[in-house]
Design a protein around this ligand. Structure first.
Ligand code: HEC
Ligand code: HEC
Ligand code: HEC
Ligand code: HEC
Length: 283
């Protein structure tokens, strides 16, 4: 047996032990090339790209306004969104910010306002293709239900739209607020005690927060932990350096295989027994 096969076997065993297999992005709906499983993918003509990462990341010239690394797309204006708030619930506790952090990056495709192939640095000797983010640069395959415009269709739940009042809150301070931290110590306590206490670390001068799940067996931050994103809630009645729930708290956009409990890929932990929900909510 080659080393490579050995490594693959070990990885498979680890993935099975954690409940969610993790083998890479290429067989997920985030592979927008014609080799991806669809429904939204390029039509495979010779002038289309075969690159997977480029729809989201670029090695050069990235959008530094985005809280996602080396981001290759424009972000919509936060003022265009409606967020989950007290209008939707009388029991909501946490301070809520406008759409930002990593959620803005996800929504640059999932709100249905931009062509998914409209990127800042196109493959090859690239330039910015078009000032209008709604303009596609490649031709798209419509045979699996995708749209010819490269804009996510309106008929799927995956197209969240800019009305986020019917979605789990994002940009909301974790556990009703009250938590901040320095070095590896949580300070304060959850205002809403129906939540698990997060962990904190100072990594490269940045205070980070996450809810440590049992998966992976380490106290350090891992992709199978529920990542809470550090944001400043002081302008909206919350804490200045505080953990926030964002799209990528529950989802890792690169995780391959479908969670058997939901048939949805990209969940950080399995949703069997509502494992994702119970990773934060003490219910
Ligand atoms: C559909 C969009 C999308 C695609 C395609 C994508 N990424 Fe990402 N990537 C993201 C987002 C969003 C984040 C920030 C997520 C977070 O905060 O954990 C990220 C974070 C990362 C990070 C830093 C955090 C981590 O998980 O290690 C690396 C490295 C990375 N991506 C590499 C890649 C590579 C390499 C590819 C192509 C093989 C790729 N990504 C394809 C959206 C994407
Ligand atoms: C470059 C465009 C793009 C970006 C950016 C993007 N997505 Fe997606 N995503 C897609 C497409 C296309 C699909 C398939 C949509 C469909 O089923 O109609 C998809 C599907 C999904 C699904 C469902 C997967 C499944 O197996 O059913 C999840 C969950 C998801 N995305 C989460 C995210 C999150 C979280 C982020 C940010 C961290 C993100 N996406 C960023 C394009 C994108
Ligand atoms: C609190 C956790 C959580 C947050 C935050 C969250 N999601 Fe999800 N999302 C889930 C779970 C769990 C599922 C699987 C639902 C199911 O059981 O079918 C899901 C499913 C999805 C799907 C697939 C929908 C479908 O039916 O095809 C997409 C796309 C998606 N999420 C995108 C996003 C985006 C974009 C954001 C941020 C605006 C986000 N999610 C924020 C937990 C979350
Ligand atoms: C990343 C941690 C996290 C995960 C995972 C999570 N939630 Fe939440 N959820 C929160 C936070 C924080 C709030 C805001 C609570 C508040 O401020 O009162 C919230 C709010 C809610 C609310 C509204 C509560 C209210 O008082 O209006 C419901 C319902 C809910 N979540 C259900 C779920 C379900 C179902 C899942 C699994 C699909 C889930 N949550 C996963 C953190 C999480």
């Amino acid at each position: 047996m080659t080393n490579r096969t050995n490594k693959a076997l070990v990885l498979t065993a680890l993935a099975l032990a954690s409940g969610v297999a993790m083998a890479g992005i290429s067989n997920t709906k985030h592979n927008l090339t014609n080799a991806g499983p669809g429904p939204n993918r390029l039509d495979g003509t010779a002038t289309n790209t075969q690159e997977i990462c480029v729809f989201c990341h670029t090695p050069h010239g990235s959008n530094t306004d985005a809280t996602a690394p080396l981001w290759n797309k424009n972000l919509p204006d936060p003022a265009g969104y409606q967020v989950y708030g007290t209008g939707n619930s009388s029991t909501i506790d946490g301070a809520t910010l406008t759409v930002g952090s990593v959620s803005a990056a996800c929504l640059s495709c999932h709100d249905g306002t931009q062509a998914m192939d409209n990127m800042i640095n196109t493959p090859g000797s690239g330039t910015s293709p078009s000032a209008d983010p709604a303009t596609a640069i490649y031709s798209w395959d419509t045979s699996l239900g995708g749209t010819a415009t490269g804009i996510m269709g309106t008929t799927t739940i995956a197209m969240l739209s800019q009305d986020l009042t019917n979605d789990h809150p994002v940009g909301i301070e974790y556990c009703g607020g009250g938590i901040t931290g320095s070095a590896s110590a949580i300070a304060g306590s959850c205002t809403d005690t129906d939540f698990l206490t997060p962990t904190t670390r100072n990594i490269n001068g940045q205070q980070v927060f996450y809810v440590n799940t049992a998966i992976g067996g380490s106290d350090e931050r891992q992709k199978t932990d529920i990542i809470l994103y550090t944001r400043d809630f002081s302008g909206v009645g919350g804490d200045p350096v505080a953990p926030s729930v964002e799209c990528a708290s529950c989802h890792d956009p690169h995780v391959e295989s479908k969670d058997p409990a939901t048939q949805v890929s990209f969940l950080r932990v399995s949703q069997a027994g509502s494992g994702v929900c119970l990773a934060c909510h003490n219910k």
